[in-house]
Design a protein around this ligand. Structure first.
Ligand SMILES: Nc1ncnc2c1ncn2[C@@H]1O[C@H](COP(=O)(O)OP(=O)(O)OP(=O)(O)O)[C@@H](O)[C@H]1O
Ligand SMILES: [Mg+2]
Length: 367
């Protein structure tokens, strides 16, 4: 609309000037003799211009030695036309990034020669960039980890095989000390194996075996181990899960998910406490809550705790929550964390049926 040689009727002009305020961008016109017209409110905001009038010499709006002043001068002197140029924009005491377009044109009302410049505020562009870089970095680490994990598996299997052979031979000659060493070595190999399995789980899409899963059955299966771990730390366990609470999911993944969250909760309570696991349905979703009475998590760490390898534990690997997030996302659900200085609650929200999990994904994509 705001292009070259436009001579509009006054009615059109009025409607244009009304609409220019609706555009979510700052629009300015800069004439050849460096008179700037701030065409809408957003333009005033972007230039930090607080005066009533909308027309001023450019040097009044921007300091002559500023990069922004130099850029606009160059655009008008050289008739530069930009499309989607990302520019760091420092005006009115605020630094931000803007997406800039410029159009060589005559002014819609006065017919002066000059350029229209449209600036779209991308205030947190730098942050967005950082976020994208972070995601790319994690993806690269993931690919690297998957490659390394795969390569580690084969030699491990060979080492384990030979150790078993050695163990049998040592048993025949009653070399008990050596047998004990071999068993320690095998245990360590199992640990590396478990880590490799988790890494592979994180880095490639999993085939899911969807079935109807009973939450209380899965928890019942975990319970002997969970209660024993809790007892060792003086933690009381409370289960408030309706017997008929069911959802469609991959059973193995659900077991892994509940085990990770319950273990984190127990590990957070060194000096005893209470772990409460609650289950309920909520508008077509199944929600399972793991609440502990541990020290809590500061809110600024809420994002970081889900990062791969983020751990505050001496013997932790920092994969637990990353795996939980992956499992929950694969089921079309989400995890919420809340912690108010005392105790932490992780709430897993999962669609009750598989078809509703697909709807959720579609809904997110379209919104
Ligand atoms: N219930 C909780 N209370 C307090 N802090 C928690 C809780 N759950 C997780 N965290 C914090 O989040 C970090 C990351 O947890 P995550 O399960 O990913 O790794 P980890 O438990 O440290 O190691 P791993 O699970 O791989 O053995 C933990 O080290 C801990 O600092
Ligand atoms: Mg953990």
């Amino acid at each position: 609309m705001l292009v070259r040689g436009a001579r509009k009727s006054s009615a059109v002009r009025e409607s244009l000037s009304g609409q220019v305020n609706l555009i979510h961008a700052g629009v300015v016109f800069l004439s050849k003799d460096l008179l700037i017209r701030l065409e809408n409110r957003l333009a005033k905001d972007l230039f930090g211009w607080t005066e009533e009038r909308c027309i001023a010499p450019l040097y009044e709006v921007l300091p002559i030695d500023s990069e922004e002043y130099q850029l606009l001068c160059r655009i008008v002197a050289e008739d530069c036309e930009y499309r989607d140029a990302v520019v760091k924009w420092e005006a009115g005491g605020t630094v931000r990034h803007v997406l800039m377009d410029s159009f060589v044109a005559r002014h819609a009302e006065t017919d002066e020669a000059g350029v229209y410049v449209v600036l779209r505020d991308m205030g947190n562009f730098a942050l967005l960039n950082q976020h994208t870089e972070k995601i790319e970095r994690i993806a690269t680490i993931g690919r690297l980890a998957a490659g390394v994990a795969h390569e580690i598996r084969n030699p491990l299997t060979t080492i384990k095989g030979f150790l078993q052979l050695l163990e049998q031979r040592l048993e025949r000659v009653d070399m008990f000390d050596e047998i004990a060493y071999i068993r320690v070595m095998m245990q360590e190999i199992e640990r590396v194996n478990a880590l490799v399995t988790e890494l592979l789980l994180l880095s490639k899409p999993q085939d899911m075996a969807w079935t109807t899963v009973s939450v209380s059955e899965v928890l019942g299966h975990l319970r002997p181990w969970l209660d024993e771990e809790a007892r060792k730390r003086g933690v009381e366990t409370v289960y408030e899960v309706p017997a008929d609470l069911e959802l469609q999911a991959d059973r193995g993944m659900m077991e892994q998910l509940f085990a990770h969250l319950a273990r984190n909760a127990i590990e957070a309570m060194d000096k005893g406490g209470r772990l409460t696991i609650r289950g309920r349905t909520e508008e077509g979703r199944v929600e399972i809550e793991f609440s502990d009475t541990g020290p809590g998590i500061p809110y600024y760490l809420f994002d970081r705790i889900f990062d791969v390898f983020y751990t505050t534990k001496e013997k932790g690997t920092g994969l637990g929550l990353a795996i939980c997030q992956r499992i929950v996302a694969d089921h079309g659900g989400h995890i919420r964390v809340s912690s108010k200085g005392f105790g932490t609650t992780f709430t897993v929200s999962l669609p009750q049926t598989r078809s509703s999990s697909l709807q959720v994904i579609r809904h997110r994509q379209s919104s």
